[in-house]
Design a protein around this ligand. Sequence first.
Ligand SMILES: [Zn+2]
Length: 287
Amino acid sequence: MPELPEVETVRIQLLNKIVGKKITGVEVFHSKSVRNDESFEEKLVGKRVADIDRVGKLMIFSFAEDSDLFLLAHLKMTGQFFFVGEGEISGGGHSATENDWTDLPNKHTRVAIYLEGNATLYFNDMRIFGYLHLVNKEEKEKAKGKFGPEPIADDFNAEWFYKSLKRKKTPIKAALLNQNFIAGLGNIYVDEALYRAGVRPMRRADKVTKKEAAAIVAASGAVMTESIAVGGTTFQNFVDVEGKRGNFVQFLQVFGKQGQPCPRCGTEIEKIRCAGRGTHYCPQCQI
Ligand SMILES: [Zn+2]
């Protein structure tokens, strides 16, 4: 599943490829992928992509000719965007094999958006949990409102975070994974941030001290920023729009390292289940 750094990487690269381009045609191969919107094509053709915004893992396309039309795009488990231009094929999101972007459109292509300049944006989604959903401004704001602040945003500060944790009796890991509370921190990044902050994933959120809360805020922001800088992780064969693989996997210190020595103290990294997810931590460094 693409996590926030992967989605952000795809967003930035699509920005460079399609902003300013006019949509000349649309083909929907699977109606569920556009939320069964029969006027999907009609609404999009002739529109020029003005911007691509993002909140959490939700990408939001806006259009120059229509201030009341937005395209919400979510990759979910297996979604991918592939941009095919003059002499270039590039892709981003979840990817199973390289065939996904060398033979487009293919059996996993759900939507094709044709752009001026002989370019096409393909939306592939093997399991069809992802979507391209056209909404108006009010619906867009409603969708944005469901997300909490991001670990890389200014409104994610230690004081707000500490106070909010006081009302939560779940493990700190579960709190961090809740997208309504904090947007975009996925499983890998939560484990890494809690390791850096020295806090055990199963610690009750309301028992986290002020100092630890500040450490978690700092670590979450750092982990996300560093990961975005290198294009995310290579888990699930993530490939960005330039076809480059994410590099953050080489910086992981606990995720997937069970049985290996902690880089800080040498104690064996343990793997347990917490918040329903495979969870990695150092029993010595994290209290
Ligand atoms: Zn350790």
